[in-house]
Design a protein around this ligand. Structure first.
Ligand code: BJW
Ligand code: ZN
Length: 232
């Protein structure tokens, strides 16, 4: 179906939904009980750090109860068996792509299992709870915050991502609603001649910018797409 040497894949919360992690928007979403501004902005952290620490502590703990699904596993297999370049960019802060075996992976919105020092900005693994007493081991005392990109903050690794988009032959977006920029604009940043494909339970807000948009569950669509790409 596709002949592509360089592939960029963008994933969102929809790829982890069938593992049991809630998406952000819509009924039953993570933000159903929280206003976004209460938990996912630097201002919220400044005003009510306890609430924000608690929100992320709960989500960090929930990672121990979930496993990668068939879609995460298929993307890891694609990376290992694909002859060309493959860059996986995830907006997700869970660790399911890594646990599935993906290695050429960028977490553009940060990672739940990491913390960042507010003084020296060092980023460290942080598997347990975090609160106002949590301290940095790199500079010996700075306060820690979740290593999460909140609204109004700069996403991570954008230079590398835009370079890969410019050079890619195929861009695929999986399970992301197209609400949040800059990720929602990646489809417009691909180089000339690149093919674009969206895989989602329902068309995203930016579906019309893709050459193809397939609707269905990630655990069905992604393994089928990978099988077609890798061939018999
Ligand atoms: C399934 C499925 C199944 C379900 N199978 N699919 C006005 C215009 C344009 C931009 C702005 C604006 N005003 C402000 C901005 C910028 C702002 C922004 O985009 N705001 C919008 C709300 C308008 N963006 C920022 O502030 C970003 N920074 C920035 O822009 O810096 C400047 C800059 C300039 C130029 C270049 C680079 C930078 C930072 C954004 C940070 C986002 N952070 C969050 C929270 C992280 C913390 C946390 O986890 O709590 O990241 S927001 C939240 O949304 C989270 C996600 O990564 C992100 C995207 O959500 P996602 O993944 O799409 O999930 P959902 O729930 O929305 O959708 C799920 C999808 O799955 C749905 O489509 C379902 O159909 C599908 N699905 N089950 C397949 N089984
Ligand atoms: Zn520090």
């Amino acid at each position: 179906m596709y002949r592509a040497a360089r592939i960029v894949i963008l994933t969102g919360a929809g790829i982890s939904a069938e593992s049991g992690l809630r998406t952000f928007r819509g009924a039953d979403g993570l933000w159903e009980n929280h206003r976004v501004q209460e938990v996912a902005t630097p201002e919220a952290f400044h005003q009510d750090p306890e609430l924000v620490y608690r929100f992320y502590n709960e989500r960090r703990r929930s990672l121990a109860t979930v496993q990668p699904n068939a879609a995460h596993l298929a993307l890891a297999r694609l990376e290992h068996e694909w002859g060309g370049d493959l860059l996986l960019v995830t907006q997700n802060v869970d660790d399911l792509h890594g646990r599935a075996g993906s290695r050429n992976l960028l977490h553009m919105h940060g990672e739940l299992l990491k913390g960042r020092c507010l003084d020296c900005r060092a980023v460290r693994a942080w598997p347990g709870d975090m609160d106002q007493t949590s301290r940095c081991l790199s500079c010996g005392g700075g306060p820690m915050r979740p290593h999460i990109v909140w609204f109004g903050e700069m996403p991570l690794e954008t230079t590398r991502i835009y370079q890969a988009l410019d050079r890619c032959d195929l861009f695929v977006a999986i399970g992301t609603s197209g609400h949040v920029y800059p990720a929602a604009g990646f489809v417009e940043a691909v180089g000339p001649g690149a093919r674009t494909l969206e895989l989602n339970l329902e068309p995203s807000l930016v579906a019309s910018a893709f050459q193809r948009s397939l609707t269905g569950r990630a655990t069905d669509l992604v393994p089928t797409f990978v099988n077609e790409l890798l061939g018999p």
